[in-house]
Design a protein around this ligand. Sequence first.
Ligand code: ADP
Length: 588
Amino acid sequence: MERGTIVKVAGPLVVAEGLTASRMFDLVRVGEQGLMGEIIEMRSDRASIQVYEETEGLGPGDPVEGTGAPLSVELGPGMLGAVYDGVQRPLDVLERIAGSYLSRGISAPGLDREKRWAFTPIVQAGAQLVGGDIIGTVQENEVIEHRIMVPPGVSGELVSIAAGEFTVTEPVGQLRLADGTSRDLIMMQTWPVRVPRPHARKVSATEPLVTGTRVIDTFFPLVKGGVACIPGPFGAGKTVTQHQVAKWSNAQVVIFIGCGERGNEMTDVLMEFPELVDPYSGFPLMKRTVLVANTSNMPVAAREASVYTGITMAEYFRDMGYEVVLQADSTSRWAEAMREISGRLEEMPGEEGFPAYLGTKLAAFYERAGKVETLTSGETRTGSVSVVGSVSPPGGDLSEPVVQNTLRVVKVFWALQDTLAYERHFPAIDWLTSYSLYLDKVRPSWDADVSPEYRARRDECMAILQRESELAEIVRLVGLEALSAEEQILMETAKSVREDFLQQNAFRDDDQFSSLKEQDLLLKTILLFHEKAIEAQAEGAPLAGLFSAPVRERIARAKYLTIDDLAVYDEIASDIETQLVSEDGKEA
Ligand code: ADP
């Protein structure tokens, strides 16, 4: 291994000379303790290295050793349920070695080297294989089957393969490569985190990522393979929303990247996530989750790396054919790490001190989301990575560069708003400023799998909500009486959409998840009230009577019904028909 010498230390950055054979993004070991670092700038033989651990005590003259390999993650059985730091060191292992205070220079492999996994081959000797082909499976836990693949870029004829119990580094089979040499197949792959894992092709993402949260699914839907952004004013419900998406969405694997700044933010994630129960399996959600967490005692460079570590893991599960949801919380903290390192490199600062390449980096990260056809020599296999990135701009200022650059690339914005949270309107996602650019993408799926009217109902309710906000201004100025009867009905319906549809209690078993069909039925019911109220009013029914019709109570409780309660929905519909009448309870 090549050795160099430190010439300068500046916070998380050290500059070293003599690493002539090393390249950009190579991993290096810094100082006598061998701290992990990565080369992020090369000028002739001067390497700038971001160090993933505290650089205190390092000084000029200390050694630096090149590893000749880029920062990579280990991919294989044992990732699920793990809690890693930003450079994939398992936190529990680190703690065991070092006590709760992380001492420096500890290396701990991402995957356990001792543990044996029962491997079941699904291909036979003689098969011609290419990178991406699945050679066998490991039932990693009660919930997820880990599919063992030929690493990308490798191909050949399978000479042998064996069933049995293996560690991640023991050969399970052997390939004869085109040049006649042979290569062991092991269960573990390594992959450089800054390089997207290859796939055959990207395909159009049109299948809804159903979360069961009505304001999201109906009004601002995300697709499998799509990208969304969520801001997080304090106390507005970001954590609850993230948990709902992680638990309920129709994805199999969850990757959660926690980029906290203050120590307690991360502690919350580390405490709360392992408590979540997977509603589909009844097992802890961690059985299908990987947590990448930057604790407060990890320097900025690790935070910068963590999003790449996380998304590479997501791509790996995607390659197996899974739908993956990746949540990055918060990308603002990631961008701040980028800014700090860029400052140390004395790069030309852009807006608010962020590097000029901030937008490019954010775009490149979100670009790794998507639905793809995976590499394979056999039948087409698809998988997806959906990304939900949260932003936490200082002072909630959505015009700042991280938010603006993010909004340029994401297709969905769930505008969490603290004012709604104060009013106890949950989820506090503002229907007027949120958006989804996937509405037309999901249309065929909505038409076929929900109902052909779903989209029109959604649009009508959205229009009602928008009209409500315009009329609210008039009401504020001159009072409700200034509105026409029809407008007053609209205000009443809008209230119903907000309270009976949008508001959803994440802590009520009978409310936290609505299927799309249930969401559609609810819209249909609310709109039927609207239509019948307008008809009855036109025929002379007094507004007060319409608004206080007993069926409104039933509409308010309809969100707790399920698709099995179709008969109740019918009853409500017939109540609407009979109660919304012109005069004194008599049919118009
Ligand atoms: P944040 O992470 O944005 O600081 P949380 O997600 O912890 O906020 O939410 C703060 C509080 O708001 C929660 O403890 C809960 O009482 C309430 N809340 C948020 N979302 C919901 C929801 N969908 N249903 C019910 N209560 C909610």
